[in-house]
Design a protein around this ligand. Structure first.
Ligand code: KE4
Length: 426
């Protein structure tokens, strides 16, 4: 007898490529067919088959307050009374810009868009327009959305499906993108020398979270900053995932390293479609209608997304959940490491705040090559065992787990119990 999710997936596959509207949702790397979600509340998802799951994906980051937060729901319904979209400037866009420029250290001006992909794509075009140079440096395993110039050795779904270099990206474009190993300062120095005066920007996920979670070696981000300054290259932080999550000012607040441009998204939409790019006024003013770099969007600054995102930011400012989320993240990471050790299983669990991942590896993972060398089939086994016992991890070992402010001690302890029994049956 097919489950409701299986029947829906059969139907979906006839109408939607792979049955999904975003590839990583298809469970291609972990196996089996994906569950379909009926509703989401707090730190739980409920599937169409009535299974309740503790959610460690949090819709890939936006649900930092847990799902369906009453204040965000109310903010959206109040905004709904005024209409869904105006196509003109609206007051909520001004308030959103005030909040972002207040909390993100390097952002003096901000432009809203509708996805993280649009944000990084616009950052790249702006960097090229502002510098008059065309080459871009990115890092293997970093994923910046499905931007042609950046789908080169990308992470996340591209890596999950084994095609980090997407078809359809012309060589002429891919050649403008230089891919370097993360955490290797010398590689950046060499590339800047070999391509002197041709590099417009370096774009980086400061804490890469799309090939698992990789943490920067001490001084690495600071070195990138000084190399960019010395070579008149823009430093772009892709904080679509880490922004507002690893502190309200993201990694740039956490480390004190300030980029020239920042790509943002996810949390500032409160679960509705959003993206944003921000940076120094001198650079941002190159954007149309002021400057020569075109960038636009029918639904950019959409009033419902702004209402949800503003409320999400207000809650972060009022509740400042970062210390407690760091504590819960540490409790989970330490607990998992202890369980793996007691079962003699080689496992690394890098953690930063409310983000962590599973690397089935004997040694620490510092870059893409080490990440892909991990035992992914082990992750897939654990994923399935946990899913059947009511814990939903990201459906790929190339993703990162997210906690929300609703993942309390009781939830973490329950999760660790389930992880313990999953490891026992490995
Ligand atoms: P979107 O276009 O999906 O809103 O954002 C693209 C993006 C940009 N930069 C970073 C650092 C990102 O992580 C993302 C998207 N994150 C993935 C999860 N790893 C979204 C999940 C999906 O593709 O379905």
């Amino acid at each position: 007898m097919k489950t409701e999710s299986e029947s829906l997936f059969e139907k979906a596959k006839k109408l939607i490529p792979g049955g999904v509207n975003s590839p990583v949702r298809a469970f291609r790397s972990v196996g089996g067919s994906p569950f379909f979600t009926k509703r989401a509340n707090g730190c739980h998802l409920t599937t169409v088959d009535g299974q309740e799951l503790i959610d460690y994906v949090c819709t890939w980051g936006p649900a930092i307050h847990g799902h369906n937060h009453p204040r965000i729901r109310e903010a959206i319904s109040n905004a709904l009374e005024q209409g869904t979209s105006f196509g003109t400037p609206g007051p909520a866009e001004v308030e959103m810009a005030e909040l972002i420029t207040e909390v993100v250290p390097s952002v003096e001006k901000v432009r809203m868009c509708n996805s993280g992909t649009e944000a990084t794509m616009s950052c790249i075009r702006l960097a090229r327009g502002y510098t008059g140079k065309s080459k871009i440096i990115k890092f293997a395993g970093c994923y910046h959305g499905h931007v042609d110039s950046l789908l080169v050795k990308a992470g996340s779904g591209a890596l999950t499906l084994g095609n980090p270099d997407s078809a359809g990206v012309p060589d002429s474009l891919a050649r403008e993108t230089i891919v370097l190993p993360y955490n290797d300062e010398q590689a950046v120095e060499d590339a800047l020398l070999e391509n002197k005066d041709e590099i417009a920007a370096i774009i980086i996920e400061p804490f890469p979270a799309n090939c698992g979670l990789i943490l920067p070696k001490p001084g690495y981000l600071e070195k990138l900053r000084s190399l960019c300054t010395a070579n008149k290259v823009l430093l772009i932080f892709d904080e679509v995932m880490t922004g507002f999550r690893l502190g309200i000012g993201g990694v740039q607040e956490r480390t004190g390293v300030t980029p020239d441009l920042t790509a943002m998204g996810k949390i500032i939409g409160g679960g509705l479609p959003v993206g944003a790019l921000g940076g120094k006024t001198e650079i941002m003013d190159y954007l149309a209608p002021l400057g020569p770099v075109y960038q636009a969007g029918t639904l950019s600054g959409n009033p419902l997304a702004m209402a949800a995102g503003i409320e999400s930011l207000r809650i972060l400012k009022e509740e400042n959940p970062y210390e407690s989320m760091e504590k819960m993240g540490t409790m989970l990471a330490v607990g998992i490491i202890e369980i793996a050790k007691s079962h003699g299983i080689a496992l690394q669990v890098p953690q930063a705040g409310s983000m962590l991942c599973f690397y089935f590896s004997e040694s620490q993972v510092d870059n893409f090559d080490q990440a892909i060398a991990c035992k992914h089939e082990r992750f897939n086994t654990i994923f399935q065992k946990l899913l059947s016992s009511g814990v939903y991890l990201p459906p790929s070992s190339y993703e990162t787990c997210f906690l929300s402010s609703q993942h309390n001690e009781e939830i973490i302890s329950l999760t660790l119990e389930k992880i313990k029994s999953a490891f026992s049956s490995l």
